[in-house]
Design a protein around this ligand. Structure first.
Ligand code: NAD
Length: 441
């Protein structure tokens, strides 16, 4: 099939590459010439495990190409997949300007039937807006060309995006159009050879499904964070509670981790946008308002702990910080808790040296030279009063604790991701202050 991907970011590049991998002829469009130049020169603008090899293989085979030409992109694919960003608008609703611009471009340049696929996360009713934008552009040039619009929200996770796209749990398609539904079945056939993964529904339900999924996951995290804070007060250990409840199949273990708050390009904006949608229809989503509030507070939890050990005035204090990305295996810094934590430390007069295996370059775009960047976990400890852990990269799971104890001025680990066993920390002579577990010394 001939497929055009509009927007070559995390979702667009991964989707386009995986669709090329199964034999399709894919052209990826982006308006950012730097991104397209990088890709055409053999570079990969984002970090995503396994993606480099797949991009190179499919580009070399001529099945995956990159362009900034809107005309060429619209002419190429019968399927036009919109994967542009939908960042939060000033009022918290999803900014649809990129989606509508992409739709207008399709309407302006199409000369044959197109199946337009909304892959971006968009509020209920967006498919109607996309349809209207295309129809308007067609009318302006007096053209009468058939097209369909379907919703096909993406559920891939950054850090495991290729794996998720190649082996999806489910593929949600919102379609009111027989021809479009058939094409979507053909498009996704290679990704569901053993089990039917396609769930076809009406367009509005598909659009809402994506927000419901992210809101549910964010709710689990905030629920556990709130309980973690209670556990700490009560002298219980949230990690044991997590195991205790996760073993119930009705609850399960996923997304039950207490920590220093969720971040990233999706949960924060989607939780806000869903509330905004409800408000626009005269409803209040009380649970989600609490989820958001708990999360904002949780990002400051490590600061509370720093103050517990060092007092409010952090002038002259220096902290080592492990992990900048909003989660492991990605370089994405959007809404990363590390940004809030670092800003708060700096505001209180402290200095910071951070280490992240992948996200340092991306972090520099947000933080500039306000902090120091180390090139190894141990190098970050140099001259530090204590170590803060913000992202649970694998490389932090089993460090040389003896060396950590020696390097730190005071042997304190403030762990925002509950990586270590408090009993072992006590044996090592390290003061260990994690989330929902109290302090062990
Ligand atoms: P991104 O910012 O990484 O990429 C978006 C790209 O679209 C950018 O490169 C931008 O230059 C390009 N663009 C903007 N307007 C364009 C236009 N008119 N024509 C062509 N290109 C244009 O965004 P992302 O993280 O890939 O997210 C894209 C969408 O997918 C969002 O709606 C997001 O909520 C959703 N989503 C993201 C993830 C994720 O993990 N990142 C997962 C599921 C869904």
């Amino acid at each position: 099939m001939k497929i055009t991907i509009i927007g070559t970011g995390y979702v667009g590049l991964v989707s386009g590459t995986c669709l090329a991998e199964v034999g399709n002829d894919v052209l990826c469009l982006d308006l950012d010439p730097k991104k397209i130049d990088t890709l055409n020169a053999g570079g990969i603008p984002i970090h995503e495990p396994g993606l480099d090899e797949l991009v190179h293989r499919n580009a070399a085979a001529g099945r995956l190409r990159f362009t900034t030409s809107i005309e060429e992109a619209v002419a190429h694919g019968t399927i036009q997949m919109i994967a542009v960003g939908t960042p939060p608008d000033e009022d918290g609703s999803a900014d649809l300007s990129h989606v509508v611009a992409a739709a207008r471009n399709i309407g302006r340049h199409m000369s044959a039937y197109k199946l337009v696929v909304d892959k971006s996360t968009v509020p209920v009713g967006t498919a109607d807006r996309v349809r209207a934008a295309i129809a308007e552009e067609l009318a302006l040039r007096g053209a009468n060309i058939e097209f369909s619009v379907v919703s096909n929200p993406e559920f891939l996770k950054e850090g495991a995006a290729v794996e998720d796209f190649m082996r999806p749990d489910r593929i949600v398609v919102g379609s009111d159009d027989e021809r479009a539904t058939k094409l979507m079945h053909t498009l996704y056939q290679p990704f569901q050879r053993n089990h039917e993964r396609l769930i076809v529904m009406d367009v509005r339900s598909a659009e809402l499904t994506k927000y419901a999924a992210n809101a549910m996951l964010a709710t689990r995290i905030s629920f556990m964070n709130e309980l973690a804070n209670l556990a700490e007060t009560l002298g219980a250990d949230i990690e044991l509670v997590r195991k205790g409840i996760g073993s119930d199949p009705r609850i399960g273990y996923h997304f039950l981790y207490a920590g220093c708050g969720y971040g990233g390009s999706c949960f924060p904006k989607d939780v806000t946008a869903l509330q905004r949608t409800a408000q626009d229809h005269g409803l209040t989503l009380q649970v989600l308002a609490a989820v958001e509030e708990v999360n904002a507070r949780q990002k400051l939890r490590l600061i509370d702990k720093v103050e517990r050990h060092f007092g409010k005035d952090l002038q002259g204090r220096h902290f080592a910080l492990w992990g900048l990305a909003f989660k492991p295996n990605t370089d994405d810094m959007r809404e990363a808790p590390a940004l809030t934590i670092i800003n708060q430390l700096l505001r209180r007069g402290a200095t910071v040296t951070a280490y992240d295996p992948i996200a340092t370059a991306e972090a520099r775009k947000h933080l500039g030279d306000t902090i120091h960047y180390a090139d190894s976990p141990m190098a970050a400890l140099d001259n530090a009063d204590a170590l803060l852990i913000v992202t649970e990269w694998k490389v932090f799971r089993s460090p040389d604790f003896t060396r950590i104890r020696k390097e730190l001025k005071r042997p304190i680990i403030i762990d925002g991701r509950n990586l270590y066993d408090p009993a072992i920390m006590a044996e090592m002579g390290i003061t260990y202050d994690a989330i929902g577990r109290g302090v062990t010394e």
